[in-house]
Design a protein around this ligand. Structure first.
Ligand code: COA
Length: 379
C-alpha cells in the first residue's frame, strides 16, 4: 500500500484473512469441523450421495426427490464429451500430466457451449451441469488414451461415482467400492476458501465465464501443496516401501526440513474430519484386497508426526492408499479430487456471480522509491 494511513502489514499466505462472505461451507479448524450449507460433513458422508451434495452446494438446501432426480438426469445427459475434445486429447503426448490434460480439455469445453460465458444464473447453472457431467469423462478417458486403451463411453444409467470407476477401468465396480468412492467425492466437494476455490472466485469476480474460472481452479489444485499432495503421499509410501524403515525415513525427512505429504493443514489444528473417513476406507480397502501394508505404514507415519510435531493427517493422507488399493494410477488422484471439487468450485462461482464485486486487494509495497531513471548506456 502506498500511504501510511492505508498501510497494514500483509499476512503471509493470507492466513486468517477473511476475503469473502460465503454461505456454502465452513471449516472450524480448532474443533475439526466441516459443514456444507449448515450440514455436518459426517452426517452427509453417512447418509447422502454426491449428487445430493451437488444440489446442496448450488442451491443452499437439500433437494426433494423430484429435484434430485431432475439434477441427476441433467448431469447424466451431459456425461458425454464433445467428440472434437476427445480427438484433441488423442493428439496430446502420452506422457502429459493428467491435471494438465484436464485443465486444457475443460477449457476447450467452452467452445461447445453457446452460453458458456453467461454469468446469469440460468446460463451459469447450465455450464456448471455440463462441466460436472463431463469432467469425470475427460479424466477417465485420458487414463485410457495414454495407456493405448479404448475410451469407455459414459453410462447414463449410472451415478457419477460408479460411472467414473466404470469408465476408468472398463468394468463395473463392485458396490463397496462405489460406496467408498461416492463418499470420497462428498468429502472432497467443498472446503471454503481453499487456494483453488479462491482462484475460481477471483476469476469469476471479473465476470469471466464459468469455464475460464474452473480452468484456473484446476491449475491451482494441481500444485503439490494443494490437491497434488495425495499423489505425493503414495509416492512417499512406495519409496519407503518397508514398514521397518519408516521411523528412520521420517526422522531424516524432518532433519532435512522436508515436508511429509498429507500431513498438516493451513486451517485444521486437530484431526481433519475428512481424514477420519478416509482412514477407515484405507483400512477397509486393505482388508478387502488382503494388503494391509499401506494402511499400517500410514498409521505409523501419522503416529510419528503426531508425537514429534503435534501434526495430524489431512484429507489427502489416507485418500492415497484408498485409491491405490482401488487400482487407480497415482497421478489420477488429483484429477479425482477435481471431479469432486467441481461441485464446490461451481457453487462458489454461482455465489460470486449472484452478488458480484471485482476482487482486487492491495499489496504492501516493500520495494524502493524515488529511483532516478538512468539511460541504458550510462548504467
Ligand atoms: N511435514 C513436516 N513439517 C511440516 C509439515 C509437514 N507436512 N507441514 C508443516 N510443517 C512444518 C513446517 O516445516 C513449518 O516448520 P517451521 O516453523 O519449523 O519452519 C511449520 O510446520 C509451519 O508450516 P507452514 O507450511 O508454514 O504451515 P501452513 O499452515 O502453511 O501449512 C500446509 C499448511 C498444508 C501447506 C503444510 O502443512 C504442508 O505443506 N503439508 C504437506 C502438503 C499437504 O499435505 N498438502 C495438502 C493440504 S490439504
Amino acid at each position: 500500500m502506498s500511504t501510511a494511513t492505508e498501510s497494514t502489514a500483509a499476512t503471509a499466505g493470507l492466513r486468517g484473512v477473511v476475503a469473502a462472505q460465503s454461505a456454502i461451507g465452513d471449516v472450524n479448524g480448532e474443533e475439526g469441523k466441516l459443514i456444507y450449507q449448515g450440514y455436518d460433513i459426517h452426517d452427509l458422508a453417512e447418509h447422502s450421495t454426491f449428487e445430493e451434495v451437488i444440489f446442496l452446494l448450488w442451491n443452499g438446501r437439500l433437494p426433494k426427490q423430484d429435484e434430485l432426480t431432475e439434477l441427476q438426469d441433467r448431469i447424466r445427459r451431459n456425461y458425454e464429451v464433445p467428440a472434437p475434445v476427445l480427438e484433441m486429447m488423442k493428439q496430446f503426448p502420452k506422457t502429459a500430466d493428467p491435471m494438465d490434460v484436464l485443465r486444457t480439455a475443460v477449457s476447450s469445453l467452452d467452445f461447445y457451449d453457446d452460453h458458456g460465458h453467461g454469468t446469469d444464473r440460468d446460463s451459469a447453472v447450465r455450464a456448471a451441469v455440463r462441466i460436472t457431467g463431463q469432467i469425470g469423462t475427460i479424466a477417465a478417458a485420458w487414463d485410457r488414451i495414454r495407456n493405448g486403451k479404448e475410451v469407455i463411453a459414459p453410462d447414463k444409467n449410472l451415478g457419477i461415482a460408479e460411472n467414473f470407476l466404470h469408465m476408468l477401468r472398463g468394468e463395473k465396480p463392485d458396490a463397496d467400492e462405489v460406496k467408498i468412492f461416492d463418499i470420497a467425492l462428498i468429502l472432497h466437494a467443498d472446503h471454503e476458501l481453499n487456494a483453488s476455490t479462491f482462484t475460481t472466485r477471483v476469476v469469476a469476480g471479473t465476470l469471466a465465464g464459468m469455464y475460464g474460472a474452473v480452468t484456473a481452479g484446476i491449475a491451482a489444485l494441481a500444485g503439490p501443496l494443494h490437491g497434488g499432495a495425495n499423489t505425493n503421499v503414495m509416492k512417499m509410501l512406495i519409496e519407503i516401501d518397508d514398514p521397518a524403515k519408516i521411523d528412520s525415513w521420517v526422522d531424516k525427512a524432518l532433519e532435512e526440513k522436508r515436508k511429509i505429504m498429507g500431513i498438516g493443514h493451513a486451517v485444521y489444528k486437530t484431526e481433519d474430519p475428512r481424514a477420519t473417513w478416509l482412514r477407515k476406507f484405507s483400512k477397509q480397502m486393505g482388508e478387502k484386497k488382503g494388503e494391509m501394508k499401506w494402511y499400517e505404514m500410514s498409521q505409523r507415519i501419522e503416529q510419528l508426526m503426531h508425537e514429534k510435531k503435534g501434526m495430524f493427517p489431512n484429507v489427502d493422507f489416507y485418500a492415497a492408499s484408498t485409491y491405490y488399493l482401488m487400482g487407480i494410477a497415482l497421478d489420477m488422484y488429483t484429477p479425482i479430487f477435481a471431479v469432486s471439487r467441481i461441485s464446490g468450485w461451481t457453487g462458489h462461482i454461482l455465489e460470486q456471480y449472484g452478488n458480484n464485486k471485482l476482487i482486487r486487494p492491495r499489496a504492501e509495497y516493500i520495494g524502493k522509491r524515488d529511483q532516478k531513471y538512468v539511460p541504458v548506456a550510462e548504467r
